[in-house]
Design a protein around this ligand. Structure first.
Ligand code: G3I
Length: 513
């Protein structure tokens, strides 16, 4: 038996956590078989139990046992990039590294995130190619691995740096043509490398019958706001792209390279931003996480472990945040080794866990937050009846229905009284703000909520996530959406909105049902 065979066998023995990600017919299925109470001891198992993958980027020369033990997902760090595998006519070459990674993932039940098809950097022989050649490459690459690749980054880093909110202007975006000159690329008559690449990718996936999901991936798009509280225009531009081309786009990657760049910080509205993309119906991944731990300028404050906790929690609290990938295993092997941004020290397969590792494991073991729909088997509450009075809403003034009354008798016990409170935290800048509203259930669970607040004169809501809204200025009402109306006693859920003007001194009034 060769040493690599011995290694693979050892990996298989060690890599069977109680809860694992399975590939069933190419589709990703989360299977949990561990007793609910036991804390898992690997990132992979803890994440799988919470219903998401936890993965890393790797290369063929780093397929150490720890990879499959700790990680349930694998992204080729460089081996699927066009400069490695594309010919100038859109064919494939040098796929042995990528094949090796896919095979390793398959034999260890790991999900693969393909990275990446259309990118201005590391384009290799495709640099300057036409849309037609890009389409040829997209077809060849997707077809080579089919459903073995659960997620493909179709378009990577399409937006400009420095929070301009614009697309890059170098190839492949030079192929964009705003046919009617109205300043956007979203009209049917325009050519748009983003749209056209996704359309091609979708065609290939459908023709092949693959389960592969198609992602757009970028950095500095993580928060709703950037350092200082101004709007994250790059995130807003990405949001517009996903909203407009939603029919072709299945998933969004927030790269999550967090560092001291003002546009790369960990902002308090990370979760709200994940949520607004999730509300479009796409899966969200934190796809290339590393968090700067450069003590020489100690620039992201709370300490690396706490920062990791915060980032992982933001994902866990959004049901459609379905995966987290760290960009490498150990600091010394990271593309940004000087920032010490990862979860392990050491190298060459001999790795030591950092405190950030334990923070992530602990957070994953706590599972999803209250914004996840509760299981339908939740037992009835055993808490005593609440002391809050029943709602004082007057009876409806609409006439009684003409349909016959139900034959079931009315319940003999009154429904439990309910209550909730709401608090607002504001992130303001000159001319605008983001509000995060926390709705907390009282001593009984609630199954729906409504929050009323009065905006000061001159302030207006421009967008909302995680809630339905009535009104944009003056008195504005927010109510739960279908997945966050149920909140257990003492637990909370959050929604948010962005607005123009100033919004200090908000006093929310919460009514529960
Ligand atoms: O393999 C060659 C080696 O033979 C040669 O001796 C050496 C000399 O420079 O270079 C080696 O290749 C390097 C390659 O990484 C493998 O280590 C390239 O120079 C280097 O440019 C390349 O860097 C990669 C970088 O993308 C390129 O943009 C990083 O590993 C990779 O982590 C990084 O990943 C990107 C994501 O794809 C997209 N998001 C940002 C992220 C960081 O830039």
């Amino acid at each position: 038996m060769s040493s690599s065979q011995r290694q693979r066998r050892r990996v298989r023995r060690l890599a069977l956590p109680a809860a694992m990600l399975l590939l069933v017919g190419g589709a990703v299925t989360i299977q949990s078989t561990a007793p609910a109470a036991a804390a898992e001891t690997t990132l992979r198992a803890a994440a799988a139990k919470a219903g998401l993958f936890f993965g890393t980027a790797s290369s063929p020369n780093r397929l150490y046992p720890i990879l499959a033990q700790e990680f349930g997902q694998l992204t080729p760090e460089n081996d699927m990039k066009p400069d490695r595998i594309a010919t100038s006519s859109g064919g494939l070459q040098n796929t042995s590294g990528a094949d090796q990674l896919v095979n390793h993932a398959q034999s260890n039940n790991m999900v693969v995130r393909g990275h990446t098809l259309v990118w201005h950097s590391q384009a290799g022989a495709l640099q300057g190619a036409s849309q037609s050649t890009l389409n040829t490459f997209i077809g060849n690459a997707i077809n080579r691995w089919g459903s073995k690749i659960a997620y493909w980054d179709v378009v990577n880093e399409s937006l400009e740096d420095n929070n301009t909110g614009r697309r890059r202007n170098q190839w492949p975006h030079t192929m964009n043509r705003d046919a009617n000159g109205d300043g956007d690329y979203f009209d049917a008559g325009d050519t748009d490398v983003i749209r056209d690449s996704f359309i091609r990718a979708k065609q290939v996936v459908q023709a092949g019958g693959y389960s592969t999901k198609l992602c757009i991936n970028d950095y500095d798009v993580e928060g709703l706001t950037v350092k200082g509280g101004g709007p994250n225009r790059k995130a807003n531009a990405l949001y517009d792209i996903v909203r407009t081309y939603r029919q072709y786009i299945d998933c969004v990657g927030f790269q999550s390279h967090f560092n001291d760049n003002p546009n790369s910080i960990i902002s308090d509205d990370l979760q709200a931003n994940i949520q607004r993309f999730a509300d479009l119906g796409v899966e969200v991944h934190l796809s290339e996480v590393d968090i700067d731990d450069d003590l020489s300028n100690n620039d992201i404050g709370a300490g690396q472990a706490e920062n990791y906790r915060k980032v992982v929690r933001a994902c866990l609290n959004v049901a459609k945040c379905t995966g987290i990938t760290v960009w490498g295993i150990s600091d010394s092997e990271s593309w940004r080794s000087s920032e010490r941004g990862l979860l392990f020290t050491g190298g060459n397969g001999n790795y030591q866990k950092k405190s950030a590792y334990y923070a992530v494991l602990d957070e994953l073991n706590k599972g999803r937050g209250t914004t996840t729909p509760p299981p339908t088997t939740t037992p009835p509450p055993t808490t005593p009846p609440p002391t809050t009075p029943p709602p004082t809403t007057p009876p409806p003034t609409t006439p009684p229905p003409t349909t016959p009354p139900p034959t079931t008798p009315p319940p003999t016990t009154p429904p439990p009284a309910t209550g909730c409170t709401a608090t607002v935290s504001l992130n303001s800048w000159t001319g605008g703000f983001v509000a995060t509203v926390r709705v907390t259930a009282g001593s009984s669970p609630i199954s729906g909520w409504n929050v009323q607040l009065t905006l000061p004169s001159g302030a207006a809501v421009t967008s909302v996530w995680n809630a339905n809204r009535t009104g944009t200025s003056g008195s504005v009402q927010f109510s739960n959406v279908n997945y966050n109306g149920s909140v257990n006693a003492g637990q909370y859920t959050e929604f948010g909105f962005q607005g123009t003007g100033a919004a200090s001194g908000l006093t929310p009034v919460c009514t529960a049902s």
